[in-house]
Write a protein that binds this ligand. Structure first.
Ligand SMILES: [Zn+2]
Length: 253
């Protein structure tokens, strides 16, 4: 019995390889999300962990998440793209499937409240993106109801696979792929949520500048984010993308 399964699986792998080669020939780029294999931690930073913990906190998702995680670890998630309110990818299962995930924009009132709660408490972008935040700010940001992370009601997904379950493993793999991406490039979280992270940074900081800046002064930032900071393309903070969301708010709005 298992022999048939193995044959099926290796045939599917071959078929997918051929399909990828065909698409590459047509000029389509194909790059897999590089996720740690085996038992090593999938994510290590504040934003990656907070994203994954948010996913795992909802019972709606729990059945499909483990399969999604292994799909991602096996390198089956390709071409992960994050845009304001949108995530898309191509996931290799028995075939190549197109996945798209829509996330409702963060409500303006929720964003205003978060900004109010964080006022004077986030000293710099470096602190924000590096997750060097006080307990109070972390609680506000990760609050399941009023925080920055989307809850299941705000997430819609579709996949071209024949599995009509609420969430298939391809979608789950893509959502975990976002966590891995945020581990290396946390600024993409704010692009996804269509908010400008600089609005969280204090102009007149109430916190001692020392605590934050000294903590980072001696650190290798490339190591902190796990990326090459001087790599030009993907690591450029996508502030412009965020700013397309509209006018700046007036105080009190
Ligand atoms: Zn699917």
């Amino acid at each position: 019995m298992s022999w048939y399964y193995q044959t099926d699986a290796s045939e599917a792998k071959e078929r997918i390889k051929r399909e990828i080669a065909k698409r590459q020939k047509r000029g389509e780029a194909f790059s897999a999300v590089e996720a740690p294999a085996g038992n090593s931690k999938l994510v290590k930073t504040f934003w990656g962990k907070a994203w994954n913990e948010n996913l795992e906190s909802y019972s709606d998702y729990e059945h499909r998440l483990p399969r999604g995680r292994s799909y991602l670890r096996q390198g089956n998630v390709y071409n992960l793209t994050i845009q304001p309110g949108e995530v898309s990818s191509v996931v290799a299962g028995s075939e190549l499937y197109d996945v798209s995930v829509s996330i409702a924009p963060l409500q303006k009132s929720r964003w205003s409240e978060i900004k109010t709660h964080c006022e004077g408490r986030v000293a710099s972008m470096l602190d924000l993106l590096g997750g060097k935040l006080g307990d109070g700010v972390m609680r506000v940001i990760t609050d399941p109801e009023c925080g920055l992370f989307p809850n299941p009601k705000e997430i819609r997904f579709s996949c071209s696979c024949p599995d009509h379950a609420d969430m298939c493993k391809h979608v789950a793999a893509t959502l975990y792929g976002v966590g891995v991406r945020l581990d290396a490039q946390p600024d993409w979280f704010f692009v996804l949520r269509s908010v400008d992270p600089t609005e969280l940074i204090s102009t007149a900081s109430l916190i001692t500048p020392a605590a934050a800046d000294d903590a980072l002064a001696g650190e290798d930032l490339s190591a902190l984010f796990g990326i090459e900071l001087d790599a030009p393309l993907e690591t450029t903070p996508p502030v412009n993308a965020v700013k397309t969301t509209g006018r700046k708010k007036k105080p009190g709005e």
